[in-house]
Design a protein around this ligand. Structure first.
Ligand code: PLP
Length: 447
């Protein structure tokens, strides 16, 4: 069916060079329709972006009114009420003290901004030797060179390895394939203690920040950390003046059933990165939230943050972000995710849990991952050359349900799919996702 609807992109340098794609025509709620009239249930909100659903007129109106009122205003020349209003709206929900926001366009840009901001905070605090970044294997932080250096997905790093800068990676909290061969809780969070060990090995006076996704997303396939992980991490960071940057580009803005995933453990980061759902996917918008104590220090001691960007603090993007926050608040969508999140997980477990390839169905809120293996007893992954994730994804797409691919959870191997629908999805639509996944798995791997 897809083949009849050819589009190799004309003059576009497309994201996929290996096959033509259908042309999207319209999108509303959890549904996308192509120009041939085929409908797709968007069970991943694209790249886990479309949190409030497609086609929100309220956002369109806010953006259009903003362009008419004032569109591009350079952020070093003016402040704008709409950017101020978005910052205030976010501060009402972010963890205590994280109430200054620097707005940008993409998640990777936010991550890089946070890494630079950490450095600048240490300079302002007269700790000039603190330059090194610690992050985690199997993480996802974006594809620009700085973010990619921090990221821990082998296949994405490999072609650019000579261009990457120095970041030290520690094992992630990923109990299914624990790097230490231990089990929670007997492990006593060995993976969190690895942070302290690494800080000591590098020399605490050299370590600037620890960067981690609060819930492992694009690479770890919706893997919440074991209880207590971030409390231990926070203590270690405090002990050695290492700043904690939590990347909530994917798991923030209500995705886990709390406004920010770090609320589940009551951990307050020094910085939080946001993107994706911040604008509901309508326009490019990301942000770094930072504790006001750090902001005050920079203002007093360095007189400014040596950073910028033509599209930073953009009023039109801020109008979209503000409309999203208001929708989340008014329609109580974060509460809806909290209420229906475990149901979504239960449906996936019921329909997939008994299949011989399901190693794990895990997640939180509306962020679920299904990890697939060829041998469930040993958790042996399929060889990447089998392209299992891609085949199942394609089968799902042909059946009109869109999920998100996650590969590389076991070195270069490993297959997983993410289910992360818009927050407005109905229970019947959730059932359909789970049932279609079962069909696609049986058809693809059952023969
Ligand atoms: C946790 C996390 N951080 C950063 C990014 C990068 O965001 P972007 O693709 O907008 O640069 C992503 C993208 O998937 C992400 O999931």
């Amino acid at each position: 069916m897809v083949k009849e609807n050819l589009n190799i992109g004309g003059n576009v340098f497309p994201r996929r060079l290996d096959r033509p794609l259908p042309r999207a025509g319209k999108a509303e709620g959890v549904w996308i329709e192509d120009t041939e009239g085929r409908r797709y249930l968007d069970a991943s909100g694209g790249a886990i972006v479309v949190n409030v659903g497609h086609g929100r007129e309220e956002i369109a109106r806010a953006v259009s009114e903003q362009i008419i009122a004032y569109d591009y205003i350079h952020p070093t020349m003016f402040t704008t009420p709409v950017v101020e209003a978005l910052a205030t709206a976010l501060a009402a929900h972010t963890p205590d003290g994280v109430n200054r926001f620097y707005f940008l366009s993409g998640g990777a840009e936010a991550v890089e901004t946070a890494i630079k901001l950490a450095r600048q905070i240490h300079l302002a605090a007269c700790r000039p030797q603190k330059i090194r970044l610690i992050s985690r294997w199997k993480s996802y932080h974006g594809l620009t060179l700085g973010a990619l250096s921090a990221m821990g997905r082998t296949a994405f790093r490999a072609p650019y390895a000579p261009l990457l800068s120095d970041a030290v990676h520690i094992p992630p909290p990923y109990c299914l394939r624990c790097s230490y061969g231990l089990q929670f809780p007997e492990c006593r969070l060995r993976c969190a203690l690895a942070l302290e060990e690494t800080i000591l090995n590098l020399g605490p006076e050299t370590v600037s920040a620890f960067l981690a996704e609060t819930v492992g997303g694009g690479t770890l396939a919706a893997c919440p950390p074991p209880e207590g992980y971030f409390s231990v991490v926070r203590e270690i960071c405090d002990r050695y003046d290492v700043l904690l940057i939590l990347d909530e580009v994917m798991c923030g803005m209500g995705r886990t059933g709390r406004w920010f995933a770090c609320e589940h453990e009551d951990v307050i980061p020094d910085m939080i990165t946001l993107g994706k759902g911040l604008s509901g996917g309508t326009v490019a918008l990301s942000a770094v939230g930072v504790r006001s104590t750090h902001y005050d220090l920079i203002r007093e001691e360095s007189g400014g943050f040596v950073h910028g960007g033509t599209f930073s603090h953009h009023p039109v993007a801020a109008a979209a972000g503000l409309a999203v926050v208001r929708i989340l608040e008014r329609e109580r969508l974060v509460e809806r995710v909290a209420r229906y999140g475990s149901l979504l997980g239960d449906l996936l477990k019921e329909d997939l849990g008994d299949l011989p390839w399901t190693a794990d169905v895990r997640g939180i809120g509306f962020l679920w991952g299904i990890e697939l293996v060829c041998d469930r007893k040993t958790n042996t992954p399929f060889d990447r050359s089998e392209q299992v994730t891609e085949k199942i994804w394609e089968a799902m797409f042909q059946k009109g349900v869109i999920v998100y691919k996650s590969t590389g959870i076991a070195g270069i191997h490993g297959d997983a799919l993410l289910v992360a629908p818009p927050f407005v999805i109905t229970v019947d639509e959730m059932r359909r996702i789970a049932a279609t996944l079962r069909e696609a798995l049986l058809e693809t791997l059952g023969a």
